[in-house]
Ligand binder design. Sequence first.
Ligand code: FES
Length: 147
Amino acid sequence: MKDQTLTIGAVAKRCGVNVSTLHFYEEKGLIKSWRNSGNQRRYNKEVLRRVSLIKAAQKMGITLAEIKAQLSTLKDKTAPSQKDWQRLSENWQQELNNRIQTMERLRDYLSGCIGCGCLSMKVCPLYNEDDKLAKKGQGAVLVDGQS
Ligand code: FES
């Protein structure tokens, strides 16, 4: 039977990451490998999906701790089922929607007042007269959706 397992080099190449990144993910408990009879490190193919998800989530600004918390809900030994991934994506959907909304607000407000208290933009008095938004929260109140 053809060996379906992957070497660390093959995983790194297919996922577009460095081998050192895979060692780091393993150190952090995000992925797992084992040693074959030749004492070589091997991975299941489903590790490709995990690593790709980790990269995508990191690009969205999700922390490794949050990623680990979510991935730890998946079964260890066997490849996660469609249902497992469905559950994981539902967990993440709200988090991703929040981030998308924040990014949209940032995109929309960037050229105008972000409600930070500087009152330096011509439009600030329209949105944040006398820094009234300071009562609603800290930082860029309009971007963070605290208004
Ligand atoms: S941009 Fe800072 S208060 Fe308007």
